[in-house]
Design a binder for this molecule. Sequence first.
Ligand code: AMP
Length: 541
Amino acid sequence: MQDGQLSIANLLRHGSRIHGGAEVVTWTGAEARRSTFAEVGQEAARLAHALRGLGVTSDQRVGTFMWNNNEHLVAYLAVPAMGAVLHTLNIRLFPEQLTYVANHAEDHVVLVDGTLVPLLAKVLPTFETVRHVVVVNGDPSSLQAPEGVTVHSYAELLDGQPDEFEWPVVDENAAAAMCYTSGTTGDPKGVVYTHRSIWLHSMQVCMTDSMALSQADRALVIVPQFHAMSWGLPYAALMVGASLIMPDRFLQPEPLAAMIAAEKPTMAGAVPTIWQGLLALLDQKPQDLAPLGRAVVGGSACPPSLMAAFDKLGVTIIHAWGMTETSPLGSVSRPPAGLSPEDAWEYRILQGRFPASVRARLVDDDGNELPWDNEAVGELECAGPWVAAAYYRVEPGQEGSEKFSPDGWLRTGDVGAITPDGFLRLTDRSKDIIKSGGEWISSVDLENAVMSHPAVAEAAVIGVPDEKWSERPLVAVVLRSGEKTTPAELQSFLSDKVAKWQLPENWTFIDEVPKTSVGKFDKKRLRAAAADGSLDIAHLT
Ligand code: AMP
């Protein structure tokens, strides 16, 4: 067989030619602006010429500080295709973390959306290696350039550049893109994706028992391009010709509902919080969601109550698990064929089945492998061609290297069981698990049980110190608007859902669960609030 390189340049050529008519729709508030994959291909060539002009000649890092939009897609393609490395900066990181990641990755150029200029302006003077900032859809004069940095207008920089670029042949194992994990301990860690890993991962995204992305789809890409590469949807779209609907900065329930009505996506990808918000809105203002047939939900455990609610609206939630370190597709929950709806449901709520390319194993605290019997609980470890082998510039022995086993597997930090037929059932993050009297309580199971109460919009569970049991669960509850309940009522609601010794006695009502930069429950902040006494906690006996 021939030795064709799997490269982003080939993906770009393919997508912009064979699927030249597929659309990229960017929401602008009341309406949308549109381009086609053919136009994206030409714009990518112009951007590549412009970046060459700014001194991007080899594998320099080009940062993006952008929402999901047409230009971000252009950068996704142009930067790796020209042999440089795309670094998607997470706009929601704390300023010190942004400084850290831009300096650690040694970004040379940063592309920034006009609306994000004020945010970037605060940290730009601390970016040591950045020489050029390119303002996309905005006024470059709004950005005060620190010494040694030149600010450009994207439109002017691309104006007059050729529509074609001689994309270099790049080794498929060369770096194409990088993303830093928003880990809650230590400095963020860089994960570097290769051309090959992105290509193979894109094929997986399109597989039928995965996200099944196809040319018939219009994919609403809510998961940010700065978080785990939008779950691979942009690259996979180029591979099969699925149109992309990009929400830009309009991620609140109202504009998302408007986008769904106007642009008729057939599939979407987002973390559970987004769907909770949309559901709350639909409660107030019902809307037909057709033809949105499926929504891939991951990033944190999808509450079964959410899945059931969307079933009623005609949208099948497909639960998936993954990490920045796994590109991110790890597992997708497609029930085995031939099951009754009730039996299929038991599979749907799991984190999903591992595909052929992702190997998995469970290990106990002593590193022994555990059986796949859906009972034994241990830490999940993964390996495969789109699973990170190391963090960027973290040498053996340095902080972060312990996430990789001596035989090269990724230690995910996720704890759970695996069924005999390869479905993952996560019970917790290892650091979130509650250790009560020597037994483990799954915070996720408790959250799901509390969230199945009709008055509850969201619930987050953390462990709080307890003299007798060492730790006990504290449930922080957000009520649906207009609803009322009490800790005692919620506790009795749980009594037939969890073991008696797990019934939480500590309850607090809050307005909102604090969220991380990527929309997950921020249990670190919740723990801090519980510790410093700023929560009003009811203790049942
Ligand atoms: P990130 O790298 O930010 O995407 O975070 C990855 C982590 O999110 C995983 O290690 C899990 O702890 C969590 N996660 C992702 N998907 C799920 C899921 N379906 N259920 C539970 N946790 C999940």
